[in-house]
Design a protein around this ligand. Structure first.
Ligand SMILES: *[C@@H]1O[C@H](CO)[C@@H](O)[C@H](O)[C@H]1NC(C)=O
Ligand SMILES: *[C@@H]1O[C@H](CO)[C@@H](O)[C@H](O)[C@H]1NC(C)=O
Ligand SMILES: *[C@@H]1O[C@H](CO)[C@@H](O)[C@H](O)[C@H]1NC(C)=O
Length: 291
């Protein structure tokens, strides 16, 4: 028995030291989808979780290829929103947070836009973590994703929930994009919540809805989880019309990027005079580094 345990221990140590290998196909790879069609981007799919019927939309790439391992990207709405608004880009969001416009179909991604209870992500008793896990499972059993390349992004309550998912799912998520979130409004980080997850966040220095202190707290948790050199970040002055991006020095594979911008609570921050937001570009720039 001792021998077996030692072997197992040696294996675990070796596995932990290896870089993350891309390419863990989900059960849906190689099979014709039964559940998800192009229609799921506009007609929600339903599942029962915690005794309630819950809805989620799924967007496949054009010319979905059942043998290609796609990225999986969760796109979570804000308080008062729903999954449908994210799909069409109404209510302040770019469609699917602007990701499909940046990700070509060769690289490809599959998106899930779920709807929270009472149009938010209160995650009472972990109910939304359970629902989102169930939606991911249903999608991964039906279509082909690379289980090493799962992501979550969202604004405000959707950012808070992405943070909670990073705590709850740990390395099952490759990275999150937390846009003006908060560490408390989707419940507290489930214990232990110490696994590293690559972490992109942006927050307005003049945010009057969810102050930037909460954004810093979430960032600091993942600076610790990801073994980053402790480093304070410069932030732009109010009224400067600019943003400052800080890339921390972390354990290999687990970077943290923090963008502080001069602005209030918005999913589409822009520099003064700019015609478009940097939010989508920075999120995809961050997610795309993982292969
Ligand atoms: C899910 O439920 C909604 C509301 O009842 C319904 O409109 C929709 O068609 C259902 N989706 C599917 C795929 O059956
Ligand atoms: C899509 O992106 C990949 C990765 O950046 C690139 O290699 C490929 O050439 C692109 N394809 C098209 C059609 O733009
Ligand atoms: C949450 O869980 C607690 C303890 O199990 C239970 O007493 C409470 O009713 C639950 N709340 C909701 C909203 O389900």
């Amino acid at each position: 028995m001792l021998g077996v345990n030692l072997v197992r221990y040696a294996f675990l140590v070796a596995a932990a030291a290896l870089p993350i290998a891309a390419g863990t196909p989900s059960a849906g790879c190689g099979k014709a989808p039964k559940l998800i069609t192009a229609a799921a981007a506009s007609t929600p799919l339903n599942l029962t979780s915690g005794g309630q019927t819950r809805q989620y939309y799924v967007k496949l790439p054009e010319n979905y290829d059942k043998d290609h391992q796609y990225r999986l990207i969760l796109t979570l709405h804000a308080l008062g929103g729903n999954g449908q608004l994210v799909t069409v880009g109404q209510g302040g969001y770019l469609p699917w947070y602007g990701m499909p416009a940046l990700i070509n179909d060769t690289t490809g991604a599959i998106y899930i836009s779920p709807t929270g209870l009472n149009n938010g992500w209160w995650n009472t008793n972990g109910s939304d973590v359970e629902f989102i896990k169930a939606a991911m499972q249903a999608v991964e059993e039906d279509v082909c994703i690379d289980q090493n390349l799962r992501f979550s992004t969202g604004f405000s309550h959707g950012g808070a929930m992405s943070f909670i998912l990073a705590c709850a799912l740990g390395k099952q998520l490759r990275a999150v994009g937390v846009l003006s979130g908060n560490p408390q409004i989707s419940g507290s980080c489930p214990s232990p919540g110490t696994e590293p997850v690559a972490y992109y966040a942006e927050h307005g220095v003049a945010d009057q809805v969810l102050p930037i202190t909460g954004g810093r707290q979430m960032r600091d948790r993942f600076l610790k989880n990801n073994g980053c050199a402790d480093k304070t970040a410069a932030e732009p002055a109010k009224g400067s019309g600019t943003h400052i991006k800080t890339q921390y020095d972390c354990n290999p594979g687990y970077p943290v990027t923090w963008v502080a911008f001069d602005g209030d609570h918005t999913p589409q921050p822009k520099d003064k005079g700019a015609s478009k937001t940097f939010a989508a570009d920075y999120t995809w720039e961050f997610f795309s580094q993982f292969k």
